[in-house]
Design a binder for this molecule. Structure first.
Ligand code: TRP
Length: 460
């Protein structure tokens, strides 16, 4: 196999069309869709929040994704190097630096949650939840995350897996797994949906998802919807710039951006549909927070023919989905060290993984022994380490990164380069070009700025 070690031209790339979509979708689809989307939807009250989220995806997310692909494929570089190459001697590369910071904070707590899913695979195999009611299942989750060593052990295992895949290179590492496993995850979620909506008492959950209550939509809710749109689509931090640089010159970037966005959004909505009917059927608190998926679904699996097997498969696939995402986060850091600092890929992977894992341990401890350590975060009061890393990256760094990325494509990038890249040097018709330009020049940046300022009470 011609992998990156021997006769590959300068940069490793994706082998097939489906491989690219699978890898970019694999990055986008992860804990964000199945763990985070349902629980923040629960916190901010359901349907109205979902509508705001969908608007953010459509109006801001899609153009930013296409912007990232365009920058990366044009420059053929990592997130920081891309800005330096396309706009030398300007401060734009700071956008790449912010992404670097975001990658660190996100992957640190992401590894912790992914570690919980590994622990849940074992719990599922051992049938730990058998015969437990909803309160007992909540207790099992609380017991896990508040311990000192067990969650850290699984976090370390997960981070080692992530490092292993990134060391394998792009074609042999990321692409191979994503192609088969993502479609399987989709099938299991659909099976869960069918079970969830047919549970006795499911109606209240369906109403929660489809009947908007606009009174709940505050500035903070809107900023969280926007932040989550970036988080879920893997935007604002250079992941899609880095992946864009691996996409072949013949692919239609606009089409890929649209397909990835649709796949990601569909999985999130289907995950929400599997969760809330069950939340109401079992009397779980919709605003239960980060434990929502881990508490709700074991209840559902118990009431399902074949639930034992499905539960094992579900948490395994969730861990894999988390892995294809974590790999894309680590890749941002590694590609930078490797290409800009001339460090070997191997040393880059090891250094970055160790540093991120240590920060993640602090996040893990903040769920238990360090839960009284609170750090202020403007706009969100004082929060624990885990929440701080999550809220700071998703609600500050990613939207700001997205703001600069869209401004860069809208105002700084040479319009001929832009046309050349999205149209594959004129080979493709790009009827959306004018709309894309307006979106990157005005709509996305102004939208992000308004949401941001609104949360800080600028508009009263
Ligand atoms: N999108 C992934 C998820 O939903 C997480 C992720 C991967 C990410 N790469 C990213 C988030 C880059 C922000 C930026 O789980």
């Amino acid at each position: 196999m011609d992998n990156m070690n021997n006769n590959l031209p300068e940069r490793d790339g994706f082998a097939s069309k489906f491989g690219i979509i699978a890898a970019a979708a694999g990055s986008a689809i992860g804990l964000g869709n199945i763990w985070k989307f349902p629980y923040i939807t629960g916190i901010y009250g359901g349907a109205a929040f979902i509508i705001v989220y969908l608007a953010c995806i459509a109006i801001i997310g899609t153009p930013v994704m296409l912007s990232e692909f365009t920058i990366g494929r044009r420059a053929q570089k990592n997130a920081i190097g891309s800005f330096k190459k396309l706009s030398p001697n300007t401060p734009w590369f700071i956008t790449g630096w912010m992404g670097f910071l975001a990658a660190f904070s996100i992957l640190s707590f992401y590894g912790v949650v992914a570690g919980w899913t590994l622990d849940y695979i074992v719990k599922s195999v051992m049938n730990t939840f058998a015969g437990s009611d909803a309160d007992a299942i909540a207790g099992i989750f609380g017991g896990l995350i508040s311990q000192t060593w067990t969650p850290i052990f699984w976090q370390v295992v997960f981070m080692a897996l992530t490092a292993g895949v990134v060391l394998g290179g792009i074609k042999d590492g990321i692409e191979k797994y994503t192609k088969i496993l993502m479609p399987m995850l989709l099938v299991i979620i659909i099976i869960l949906d069918i079970r969830a909506v047919t549970l006795p008492g499911a109606g209240a959950g369906v109403a929660f998802l489809f009947k908007p209550n606009w009174d709940l939509i505050t500035g903070e809710a809107i900023l969280s919807a926007l932040g989550h749109a970036f988080f879920s689509l893997s935007l604002g931090m250079g992941t899609m710039i880095t992946y864009g640089s691996y996409i072949g010159k013949k692919e239609n970037l606009g089409e890929v951006a649209l397909q990835v966005t649709i796949a990601d959004t569909l999985i999130a909505l289907l995950a929400g549909l599997a969760m809330f009917p069950a939340v109401f059927a079992y009397g779980i608190e919709p605003a239960a927070g980060p434990g929502l998926v881990f508490i709700t679904l074991p209840n559902v699996f118990q009431q399902m023919p074949g639930g034992y097997i499905f539960q094992i498969m579900f948490f395994t696939l969730l861990a894999v989905a988390a892995l294809t995402s974590s790999v894309s986060i680590l890749e941002v850091v590694v590609a930078y060290f490797h290409e800009e600092k001339n460090i070997s890929r191997k040393s880059a992977v090891i250094t970055a993984t160790v540093a991120i894992t240590i920060l993640g341990m602090a996040a893990s401890l903040s769920m238990g022994p360090w839960s009284n350590v609170l750090i202020p975060l403007p706009g969100f009061g004082s929060v624990g380490i885990f929440d701080w890393l999550d809220l700071f990256s998703a609600n500050y760094l990613l939207p700001l990164g997205g703001l600069f990325i869209s401004l860069f494509v809208g105002w700084a990038m040479d319009p001929d380069d832009l046309y050349d890249e999205v149209s594959n040097s004129g080979d493709l018709k790009v009827p959306y070009l004018a709309g894309f330009k307006i979106a990157t020049k005005f709509i996305a940046p102004i939208g992000i700025a308004i949401v941001f300022l609104n949360n800080f009470g600028i508009f009263g």
